[in-house]
Design a protein. Structure first.
Lengths: 192, 190
């Protein structure tokens, strides 16, 4: 059994048995309000909004990983490919009930894409038509931060960013995730 | 048949406007009103003048679709209304194409809708349409039903549009998606 199907099965099982559900529109509207408010607070500076969303996600991810491991009870992944399947088929299933497709691996197995067929965060959303939001705002950028925060806590430094979004008129919503390095246990800096 | 559709906020601010023509029976979907192009404001004028009737009619029964509620005989313009629970009004002005005979003045006993005839006092002395052609008769049950379907479909899309986090209550609806959906609904039903 491939690691992807195994992960899907774990994800489905957890979704059915261990996960508390909330109304999807509550999530959608709450997240939408946060993004809209940020856009207002930063006066339409979408680069800053993206950054802020990523940072919020990072802080969520650092704590969410604990919840994820407690619920799923899965062990350490053998390689980055397995990690990718865990994220896509178990992580996203538990927290958003979606399972993005893992694809576009580089030959060194350090970079992959997550392609989202559906995105509950972006239901109902239409980006403001000020001529810039379509090119600058990554509406769901919080997800990049969540992955970065979560994986950092399990000794993986990654970089994640969106490369396309249906909200901008693209055909797909795709996030690119690349492994920067495995964080080795480091000795605390010498105090002397 | 030419149509002019407006959404008004509960405080009578126009949120959305669109003009289109029928696509049924060989129509090309282009609005051809009887006013000259310089007088297109007449549509808005007529629609807004029907608001009093809407406010009276809205308490008559619990329906959101108020059917044909007002008529402006000089331009033979008919107004249908739909109310959302939050108080936004959808108003549709429909105007049959100009007929060669003097149909406006010779008000034969057409099948005026219940509300339309009961409010004829406010709409003018002769608010009944001539039923010269079923397709062009704005008060026939078929037309009422088509308008109801149209309104319901627009309402569904309106709900989705106002759920967008970047839309603020009372703001003009600029979404091109919504405009496309309304156009599609018009093509489908009217």
């Amino acid at each position: 059994m491939s690691s992807a199907t195994k992960a899907s099965r774990i994800g489905e099982e957890l979704w059915k048995t261990r996960v508390d559900k909330v109304n999807a529109e509550l999530v959608t509207l709450t997240y939408g309000t946060i993004v809209a408010q940020l856009c207002q607070d930063y006066d339409g500076n979408y680069q800053d909004v993206n950054k802020q969303l990523e940072k919020m996600g990072y802080n969520i991810g650092m704590r969410l990983i604990e919840d994820f491991l407690a619920k799923s009870n899965v062990g350490r992944c053998a390689n980055f490919r397995e990690t990718a399947d865990m994220i896509a088929k178990v992580g996203f299933r538990i927290f958003l009930n979606i399972a993005p497709t893992v694809t576009n691996w580089t030959s060194d197995n350090n970079q992959f894409s997550l392609v989202f067929d559906e995105n509950p965060l972006a239901d109902f959303v239409e980006l403001p038509d000020d001529g810039r939001a379509q090119d600058e705002l990554w509406f769901s950028n919080i997800l990049c931060g969540v992955l970065r925060g979560a994986l950092e806590m399990v000794q993986m430094q990654i970089e994640a960013h969106f490369v396309s979004d249906v909200l901008r008129g693209d055909d797909t919503t795709e996030m690119r995730v690349s492994l920067v390095r495995y964080i080795e246990d480091e000795m605390p800096p010498d105090e002397e | 048949m030419s149509y002019y559709f407006t959404i008004l906020s509960p405080t009578d601010v126009p949120l959305f406007n669109i003009a289109f023509g029928t696509s049924k029976s060989g129509g090309d979907g282009i609005a051809r009103f009887r006013f000259p192009d310089t007088a297109q404001y007449m549509n808005q004028f007529i629609i807004h003048s029907s608001l009093d009737v809407v406010e009276e009619a809205q308490w008559m029964n619990g329906n959101m679709y108020l059917k044909h509620i007002d008529t402006y005989p000089p331009a033979s313009a008919y107004i249908s209304a739909f109310l959302t629970p939050s108080g936004a009004r959808f108003l549709l002005l429909h105007q049959p194409p100009q007929l060669p005979t003097n149909n406006v003045s010779s008000a034969t006993a057409g099948s005026g809708s219940i509300l339309g005839s009961s409010f004829s006092g406010s709409g003018g002395s002769s608010s009944r349409a001539s039923a010269s052609s079923v397709a062009a008769n704005p008060t026939s049950p078929q037309t009422e039903e088509a308008v109801r379907q149209f309104m319901t479909e627009v309402y569904e899309n309106y709900v989705k549009t106002v759920m967008s986090p970047f839309y603020r209550q009372g703001m003009e609806i600029k979404s091109s998606v919504f405009r496309g959906k309304v156009t599609a609904a018009g093509r489908k039903w009217l």
